[in-house]
Design a binder for this molecule. Structure first.
Ligand SMILES: Nc1ncnc2c1ncn2[C@@H]1O[C@H](COP(=O)(O)OP(=O)(O)OP(=O)(O)O)[C@@H](O)[C@H]1O
Ligand SMILES: [Mg+2]
Length: 265
């Protein structure tokens, strides 16, 4: 399989994507000429000021919105709608309140017609990775925000998507829970390298998780710079203490922060 020639070059190919929104006072260019290739198993973090089009870009890759011009291809196929190969985790946990944790994690697999026995086993594996085995029979209302987000993560992984799209999934969490979830996500990714597209406002989070950071800038939204994060894996919270980590974090933080300041003028 590995040596077979693929009919496409990159896992995700974004070519000349622009997005205009029609507003009362005319059209607004939210994304301008975005070109980006993402390879299999890459963990991409996208940072940039509020309103620079990060969510817009994610929604276009997810097939939830259409680009005004340009194309997005996932594994060589043009994205025309939300397909099965894409798992999305939003900022606000979208769990089914009437289903237990276990049933929530199993839901996507059930929709795919995966047999009960396999569903159970797979759900168990991912609940273990995110540290929620003990809560398998609990309902979402009995969980904290961080725990709910861990269920969302386990569910996304359990459906075995080719790519994972995450829009500030840890944005609403406190620092400690956030660190725990970063660890969960790192563990999951280090075990099974899904291609990830992860939006965050947190430069430290971006450096910790990613193989590559995309810095976007606003008005109109575009890709300003792509930075390789060459820190070795496995990574964990202690990686944040290394000089290499801090050099990179400062470099990127300066770039993003300067952009914020320019934007605020
Ligand atoms: N449905 C819409 N109609 C009109 N304008 C929109 C719509 N959605 C987004 N926009 C505008 O497009 C721009 C990009 O929005 P988007 O949500 O992609 O930004 P973002 O980078 O995700 O911001 P944040 O960091 O605050 O989440 C913003 O200026 C926003 O006002
Ligand atoms: Mg957004």
């Amino acid at each position: 399989m590995e040596n077979e020639k693929k009919p496409y070059e990159h896992e995700i190919e974004i070519k000349g994507v622009t997005k205009s929104y029609e507003k009362k006072d005319g059209s607004f260019l939210a994304l301008s000429e975005v070109n980006l290739n993402i390879d299999r198993n890459e963990f991409i973090c996208v940072v940039g000021p509020s309103g620079c089009g990060k969510t817009t870009l994610l929604n276009i890759i997810a097939g939830l919105h259409h680009a005004t011009t340009g194309t997005v291809k996932v594994r060589g196929e043009e994205v025309t709608g939300p397909g099965k190969g894409k798992g999305v985790v939003f900022q606000q946990y979208a769990l089914y309140p009437w289903l237990t944790v276990e049933k929530n994690v199993e839901f996507g697999m059930k929709m795919k017609g995966i047999p009960k026995e396999t569903r159970r086993e797979t759900a168990k594996k991912y609940m273990h990775i995110v540290g929620l085995e003990k809560f398998a029979k609990s309902y979402p209302k009995e969980l904290s925000g961080g725990m709910k987000q861990r269920v969302a993560l386990a569910r996304a992984y359990a459906t075995n998507p080719e790519i994972l799209l995450m829009d500030e999934p840890f944005g609403a969490l406190d620092a400690q829970t956030r660190a725990q979830l970063q660890e969960n996500l790192l563990n999951a990714w280090q075990q099974e390298k899904k291609t990830c597209f992860f939006i965050t406002h947190d430069v430290e989070e971006a450096v910790l998780l990613s193989t590559k950071i995309i810095i976007m800038s606003a008005s109109p939204g575009r890709i300003r710079e792509v930075i390789n994060v060459d820190l070795p894996y496995p990574r964990n919270q202690e990686t944040k203490l290394t000089p290499e980590f801090n050099t990179l974090k400062n470099e990127i933080w300066n770039k993003v922060y300067k952009e914020y300041l320019q934007h605020a003028k």
